[in-house]
Each structure stands twice: as structure tokens, then as C-alpha cells.
Design a protein around this ligand. Sequence first.
Ligand SMILES: *[C@@H]1O[C@H](CO)[C@@H](O)[C@H](O)[C@H]1NC(C)=O
Ligand SMILES: *[C@@H]1O[C@H](CO)[C@@H](O)[C@H](O)[C@H]1NC(C)=O
Length: 275
Amino acid sequence: MYPAEFFSFITYILLAKSFLLVSGGNTYGSSIKFYNGATINTHTSHDLTTAENVADDAGFNLTRTTMIFVHGYNESPDTATSATLINAYLTNGQYNILAFDWRNGAAGTLIDVANRIDGSVILLVLIWLEKSENILLGGLDKRNLLTGLDPAIIYTDPDILNYNHARFVDIIHTDIGGLGIIQNTGTVDFFPNGGVARQPGCPIFPITVGQIACSHMRSIYYWAESVARGNQTTFLSVNRANPNIIIQMGNNCPTSYVQGYYDLTTNHSPPFSMT
Ligand SMILES: *[C@@H]1O[C@H](CO)[C@@H](O)[C@H](O)[C@H]1NC(C)=O
Ligand SMILES: *[C@@H]1O[C@H](CO)[C@@H](O)[C@H](O)[C@H]1NC(C)=O
């Protein structure tokens, strides 16, 4: 007998499956990885077509919130930025940690990748997180939390990640004017340092690919810091319309009764949160 949140989790496995266009039944060798050890090196892996079986793996704890990380363009769960995020959840210790590994689908030219994914689900090069919640929710859809970490501008699908895609959608903008979307489409949208490129600490004259993506990736590092620091108060953000409303950006963001645009500033280097 599975509790209700398990079915939320299954919903997201199915969403992950539909993320890749199965033209010709091709899932590009994608898999779901489950991190059930003390370090990122310990994990199980399930072919996407049988990914639900992950819930039977040793260490999968049905009373915990399940987090699914979906990496972006030319990334994988093993790249440095992804690893920082997964390690943050290992440090936190309160989650079932899953990663949707679609590295083969995410590789190639932007056009290649755009043609492989189901644009009706989400935007290309979106870096996102999904969480089930340990509460019983009403509907079959829109039950969970979805986070867009600087969703990318590159593929202008009309069904861009937005507040309709989950019960609560938070978006962290860190590269407006660069790789990030310019639309504000979340239930809440956060704008660290204005949300624009260049984020503090990123190079003025980027040369390497990593440097060019620095502001884009900052969203993930901010999120990871909030996760690793658990219940500590981090990334206090001020509502643009009503400065009396202050909430936390990141994993401790309240997921009910909040909406709108929130501003904050960060440090140049870790710890990025000013609190
Ligand atoms: C499952 O997770 C809950 C909540 O974190 C924890 O209290 C419990 O000990 C865990 N069960 C096992 C078998 O680890
Ligand atoms: C954080 O808060 C939650 C909810 O109040 C609690 O269950 C958990 O034990 C806390 N974690 C830590 C590390 O204090």
C-alpha cells in the first residue's frame, strides 16, 4: 500500500518520460538514477522505460519527499554543477534524491536537442527540480512543486515553463540578457541581483564555455546552498510590490499563499546567501 505522495512521484516519472520525444521510441538511453549512499558515487540506475521500479530499491523511503533533478543542455548528473546540487541534497539528508539522466538527448547542437524533446512539456535547456510533498493533495494533476533554475531562452516554445505546470512553480532568474528567459512565468519569480547577467563573481570577459554560462549556473548554486544549509534562514527576498513581505528563495521558500516578484542580493562567492 503506497501513500499518496508515491503517486505524485509516479506522475513525475511519467513526465520525465514524456520530456523526450519518443519519435521511434527513442529515449536516448535515458535513465533515472537514485542516490542511496553517503556519496554521489553510490547510486542505482533504471532505464527510463522501467523507472518506476526505483521505488523498490534499498534506501527508497516512502515517507520522504522525493526530488527529481533534470539537468540541462550538454550536462549530465555527473557534471560539476549537477554534482554540487546532488551533494547538497545528500548533505541535507531528508530526501529521496533522483536525477533524470538524459545526457545523450542533451548532447549535440541546440537544434538537435530542440528536436528531441517534447516542447509541450517544458522549455529546452530548462534546469528544473521536482518534488513531491509529504501531504495529501487533492487533484491528480498539479500536485507538486516545480522549480525552474534559470530556464533558458534558447528555444522559444509557447508553452514555456509556467505556473500551470505544477501546484507551485518557483523560478530563479540569474541570466536575463544572457541564456535565461526574460518572461516572469512562475507562481513566484526570484531576481537575485536583478536576475540579470552578470551575477556577482562571474567574469566580466568570459572565455571558456563554463565562464559564459556562469550567471546561468548561479541559479543552481544558490539553490544548492539553500538545500545544504537545511533549516537555516537563507536568501531573504523582498516582494517588489510590498516590501513588508519577505520570504526565502530556495528550498525553504513557502509554497502556499505566496506569489509575485522577489528581489535579493547575494555575495560574490560561497556562501552566496547574505544571511
Ligand atoms: C524514512 O524517513 C523518515 C523521515 O526522514 C525517517 O524518520 C525514517 O527513519 C526513515 N526510515 C528509514 C528506514 O530510514
Ligand atoms: C527542519 O525542519 C523540519 C520541519 O520542521 C524538521 O522535520 C527537520 O527535522 C528539521 N531539520 C533539521 C536538520 O533541523
